[in-house]
Write a protein that binds this ligand. Sequence first.
Ligand code: ATP
Ligand code: MG
Length: 194
Amino acid sequence: MRVAVGILGGTFDPIHRGHLEAAASVADQLGLSTILLVPTGDPWQKTTHASREDRLAMTSLAAAESDVFTVSRVDIDRPGPTYTLDTLRDLREQYSEAELFFIVGADALAGLPSWRSPELLAEMATFVGVTRPGERFIDPDIAGLQVVRVDVPAVDVSSTQIRSRVAEGEPIDDLVPESVADYISSHRLYRESE
Ligand code: ATP
Ligand code: MG
């Protein structure tokens, strides 16, 4: 039997319940044995607020919540900006026996045509588009792209919202795992407003 592995990449600045619920629900609905959580190195389309190592540490704490999650360092360890093309190349090499499912939220899916070499990406994995509150689900027009739509429980949270709540001194306990909230507070992350 072929192993089916899901991949959720993100800046995870910080990782939150929306990421975890979406990934766990996809694993459940598509019968994936593993979800790789892949924090980006330097994202090329946005800036980050916490360091690579802090984002990786928070992702590892969150991953401890379920056996289905594994953290991958492929993007963190590659110097320079992160392109999904490199992520998928590296993971296809590491998981050469597996069928790969690349998970994106509806907002990220709509932006896919602006990524580097979308037609090549389409050949390298099956894309799984997950619903996200406030985002319309659009299947982008990219040659060869197969998108499996998965409706996941609506968790209306973003990392941006969490960062601004921390900067305002508001609680985030319902939005991230307790271990992540503790890490943010003990490392004094996100205290400055953006
Ligand atoms: P930011 O506000 O900094 O952009 P974010 O919450 O959008 O952060 P990202 O790290 O940008 O998180 O997202 C990584 C991936 O997870 C993207 O594909 C995104 O669409 C998806 N995602 C993030 N939050 C949710 C959510 N609440 N529900 C479903 N998918 C989500
Ligand atoms: Mg985002």
